[in-house]
Every structure is written in C-alpha cells, then in structure tokens.
Design a protein around this ligand. Structure first.
Ligand SMILES: Cc1cc2nc3c(=O)[nH]c(=O)nc-3n(C[C@H](O)[C@H](O)[C@H](O)COP(=O)(O)OP(=O)(O)OC[C@H]3O[C@@H](n4cnc5c(N)ncnc54)[C@H](O)[C@@H]3O)c2cc1C
Length: 559
C-alpha cells in the first residue's frame, strides 16, 4: 500500500470483509481524521507489511483495530506479531457476539486492551468511547515520530562505528540503536534482516540500507558525490579548514569552485571536541560547529562540495589541471589547491589492527564518548589533540589516562590545556609511557604498557576497553609523486622553498618565481598542514586558504 507523507499518528484497521473494513475506516476518519491518519488493510499479512513500512519511516501507530476471524491470519495472530513492531500501540479486537469468549481469553495472551462487538452502531456510543480510551492510553506512553536517520549496529562493530562517525562528521543527525535493544531489533525485523546484517541505516525518508558503503550512504543522506559540470576555475582537494576557507573566498569572488573531500568535511579540526584558540570564539567552538558553519558559508556562495571522493592523481596538461578520482572519474580546471592536511599515524604494535574501530579509535573521541560512560579510557599522545580529547572524555568516562612517550607535556601541548588537565581529578597523565601491545579478539580488552619514567623500563598489563590514538600525523601525498616537489616527509614545497641556490624548480618554464603558496607546477597551490613549513593550526590553515585565492587571481590574470 502506498503511504503518503502525512506524519499524523496512525489508527490502523484490518478486516477481510471489504464492506466492514470501509465502514470502520469511514467512521474513524469522520471522528478522528483531523488529528490521526486512518489506514485500512484487508488481511493480517498486508497489515503487517504496512506496519513494517511505517516502522522504517519512524511513524507512530496509536491504535490497531483487528477483526478476529480472518482466513489467512486471525486478528489475534496479527496483533501478537504487530506488538513486536509497535509495542506501544493500543490493541482492540473486532468480534462477532459468538466470539466474545475467545476475545476475553485473548486479553491475557496478546495483552489486548479492548474488544468491540459488531455491529458498532451507533459509533458515538459503541466505537468512539473505546477508541478515545485507547488513544488516551497510547498518549500516556509518550511515543514520538522519528524524523531523522537511524543506525542499528553493535558497540564492537567497526563498520557500525565507521557509519556513525561518517554521519556525525557530516552533520547528519541520527539515532543510534544497538542490535541488542528492543527498538533496534524491531527495526531489523521491519527491514527483514537479522543482527548479522549490521549496520542497518534507516534514512529520514524511510529508505533502508543494509551494511552500506560510505559512498552509498553519502548519496542516500543527500550529500553530493558527483560534480555538476566537468570544468571549473578551481578544484580544491581536501575539505579541512584550509580547503573550506579557500572554498568560501573563491566562490564569494565568483570563481567556479568544487571542493573534493575523501571522507567528511572538517578534516582534523572537525574531530576536535573544543577549539579554544580560534579567533572570534572566546568560549571555544567544537569542530562540528565550525565545520557546519564553514560548509554552509561555502554553499551559500555557490561552491560545490563533494564528499566520499578520493583524489588519487593530478595531471598538468598545458593550461588545464586534471584531478583524478579513485573510482576513475576526473574533473578539469584552470587551477588546483592541495589542502589535504595530515592524517594520524597508525599505532604500529602487535594486536592493534585487529581491534581498530572495536575499542581502538584514531581521533573520533566525540562519536564514541557517550559509549565510554563508566569505563577507564586510555589516550595516547602529548599534543593538543590528545589533551582536548582527555578533557572531553573525562566528562563521560570514569577515569582517563593520558599516555605520553615524552617526559613532559610542555613541549607539545598548549599551556591552557595543561592547566585544565591538572584541574580535572579523573585524568591521570603518565609520562615516559608507551603502548607496546594491544590485546583482544572481538574488541579491545587490554594493553601492555612500557613505563620508563623512572629510568628503568617496566612492563605492565592493564585492562582497557577504549584506546584513543593521537600520535604524530603525516601527509599522505604519495599520489603527487612526480607532479609536484615534496620534502623528505611528504609535505608539499611551495614558493621560496622551491628556489634552491637561486634556481627555480626543475621544469618551471614561467618567467617568474612560484608564488608564495604555489607548488612546483604552475597553477597548483598548497595550503594548510600539507604544505611544508606551514604552522599546523586552524587559523593558519584558514588564512592560507584565503591567501591562496588571491594568488590564484594573479596566476589567472598572467596566464
Ligand atoms: C583533535 C584535534 C584537535 C585540534 N585542535 C586544535 C586547536 O584547538 N587549535 C588549532 O589551531 N588547531 C588544532 N588542531 C590542528 C588543526 O585542526 C589543523 O592544523 C587543521 O585542521 C589543518 O587544516 P587543513 O585543512 O590543512 O588539513 P586537515 O584538517 O587535515 O584536512 C584535510 C582534509 O583533506 C582530506 N583529504 C586528504 N587527502 C585527500 C585526498 N587524496 N582526496 C580527497 N580528500 C583528501 C582529508 O580527509 C581531510 O578532511 C587540532 C587537530 C586535531 C586532530
């Protein structure tokens, strides 16, 4: 049956006699039609199918009214199954006089709220008072329409984590349900799958996806993945602060701009639980908030933003720059901005790979924090990112231990964060301590630490359910090999860094030096953390993004 988009609570009737079915629906509509939607079905299986659709839509079902004697499935059998999907809906059975005994006996079996005798004329006396009381009972249950995306998964499922993290970082609101809780099981049943098919994503418009790829998910939740055209003034690779900053300035100055992001806009800053040193936010701003505002600002000026597109190649063809995607597509432009930032190094110790996404997380403290309630959480890292995570997680976890390889924090963490950490009683900082092994099969269970703070090395095994890793990050720029010059660590060289012994970079044919943020290929710029000798900060990344657009204008004018 086609379900319209009306989101009123539902009164659903099922009766195999079309005449009776129409009459009940007509009487209900006349009295309740303003506030409720009346749906009419003619068999138990058809009614169950409708309920499954309603469940996936996040609709509310207030009352179920079922005829007792139906050929395929009795009213009682239907109500029993319906309870699995909508346990809060109130239930009434429509019976003939001869079946009253059966109805009375069924009250306990299916937790029946009422039975109604046919015929129910006049409805004012025999139907509405009963339905009124059913509606009152249902209202007391405080059920709510679900208008956002729902994800059913498992706490220790790496794929479930990936999906949640992706939605959170792209500012798509969602409700998280585990496959063990009743409502999670109901959604799985409505989609016709079991707990082996997680994560299940039910979108806000009642579409459902079983274990979707991130690209599939992006499309279904309304994030753009395809460019609108095949030629732009500027392609920006990477959607962190530098890329978003550049997108705002470029689009606001009338350049046809597309930003291509492999995962979720916001980059590293998007993972920050609170940025306290960004200009204009005296009370701090979360990475999510900053990203959401920047994304909306870029959209407002007309920049296109593509997510889940991984850039794997760049070709310089005469005056065109060709950006290639991992899945084979490409987009052509006058100029390119590389703002691919840096990514966390993986923890290279025995056992780490097996539990990644199952207790061991890179960044992502914000997504996982609510699940850490009551647990002892470990964090590796001595920089601001680790410090922010410690402060944030201390509000959720029982205890937080910060594991720092160096013998002090002062060299790597801002003074304001060190002071905050000292004042939080459930944070312990262990200096001179490294994780040398990770334990657990299904999920993280323990760590082996090596403590050398006292001079001698001392190994210790600790129980741990959560480990957040914020260790040295590196640019992932291998795909730029042979296209632009990079330093020995992979950071892109620009401007004066390219002039060695007074000579311009190899292959440079223009009669000017590369601009300040220009790489060794003309018309290719770099901004933010990916650029050699940049300051690794949000403000500087945004600033370089803006500056790159000014230099781009000069490049386009002199072409
Ligand atoms: C948890 C945390 C907290 C921080 N807190 C602060 C703070 O309080 N104050 C501060 O000033 N700085 C802070 N920083 C540092 C700051 O976030 C970074 O300096 C800043 O984000 C750098 O911006 P960026 O745009 O250069 O790169 P990134 O933020 O690294 O963004 C790069 C983006 O490019 C994408 N990308 C990479 N390669 C490709 C590819 N091939 N194709 C498509 N897309 C690609 C990535 O997915 C990423 O989204 C923090 C960093 C972290 C991790």
């Amino acid at each position: 049956m086609a379900i319209d988009t009306d989101r009123k609570p539902i009164l659903l009737t099922v009766d195999d006699d079309p005449g009776v079915s129409r009459a009940v629906a007509r009487d209900l509509r006349r009295h309740y039609g303003k506030a409720y939607r009346v749906l009419r079905t003619e068999s138990g299986p058809q009614a169950l199918e409708t309920l499954r659709e309603l469940k996936l839509r996040g609709d509310m079902v207030a009352v179920l009214l079922a005829d007792h004697r139906m050929p395929e499935m009795s009213g009682l059998e239907f109500l029993e199954e319906a309870m699995d999907l909508f346990p809060r809906a109130r239930r009434a059975l429509l019976t003939a006089y001869a079946d009253t005994d059966a109805a009375i006996q069924a009250i306990n079996v299916v937790d029946l709220d009422h039975y109604l005798l046919k015929p129910w004329d006049p409805p004012e006396e025999k139907l509405y008072p009963i339905v009124d009381s059913l509606i009152d009972m249902w209202r007391a249950s405080d059920e709510r329409t679900v208008t956002w995306c729902q994800v059913v998964g498992h706490r220790w499922s790496a794929r479930s984590f990936e999906v949640r993290d992706f939605l959170a970082r792209n500012a798509v609101p969602y409700r998280w349900l585990t496959s063990e809780e009743p409502e999670g099981r109901r959604l799985l049943a409505a989609a016709g799958v079991d707990e082996t098919s997680i994560p299940l994503v039910v979108t806000a418009d009642s579409d459902y996806l079983v274990a979707p790829s991130i690209g599939e998910l992006a499309e279904r939740v309304g994030l753009s993945t395809e460019p609108n055209t095949d030629f732009y003034d500027l392609v920006i690779v990477g959607g962190g602060p530098a890329g978003l900053g550049a997108a705002v300035y470029a689009a606001s100055e009338g350049l046809r701009t597309v930003l291509v992001e492999r995962h979720a806009t916001g980059g590293q800053a998007g993972q920050s639980s609170r940025i306290e040193n960004y200009l204009g936010f005296p009370d701090g701003v979360t990475g999510d908030q900053l990203t959401d505002r920047a994304r909306r600002q870029a959209h407002k000026f007309g920049a296109e933003i593509l997510t889940t597109r991984d850039v794997v190649g760049l070709d310089v063809r005469s005056s065109s720059r060709v950006v290639k995607f991992a899945d084979g597509g490409e987009v052509v432009s006058h100029a390119v901005l590389l703002s691919t930032g840096i990514a966390y190094r993986r923890l290279d110790v025995p056992g780490a790979k097996a539990v990644t996404g199952r207790g061991l997380f890179y960044g992502s403290a914000v997504t996982e924090a609510p699940a850490c309630g009551g647990d002892h959480v470990y964090i590796i890292g001595g920089a601001n990112s680790a410090g922010q995570a410690a402060v944030f997680l201390s509000r959720h976890a029982l205890r937080v231990t910060l594991l720092v390889r160096a013998d002090n924090l002062e060299q790597s963490m801002s003074y304001y964060l060190i002071r905050q950490i000292e004042e939080i009683p459930n944070i312990t900082v262990r200096l001179g301590t490294e994780v040398i092994a990770v334990h657990g099969d299904e999920h993280l269970e323990g760590l082996t630490l090596c403590d050398s703070s006292s001079g001698a090395k001392h190994e210790e095994k600790v129980q741990a359910g959560y480990l957040f890793v914020f260790i040295g990050a590196a640019p992932r720029t291998e795909w730029l090999d042979g296209v632009v010059e990079r330093d020995e660590r992979g950071f892109v060289l620009t401007g004066r860094d390219l002039i060695v012994d007074g000579k311009r970079p190899r292959g440079w044919r223009l009669d000017r030096d590369p601009y300040y943020l220009e790489a060794s290929a003309p018309g290719v710029f770099a901004a933010g953390d990916v650029r050699a000798s940049s300051v690794k900060r949000v403000a500087s990344a945004v600033g370089e993004g803006a500056m790159a657009i000014q230099l781009l204008h000069s490049y386009l004018e002199r072409q």
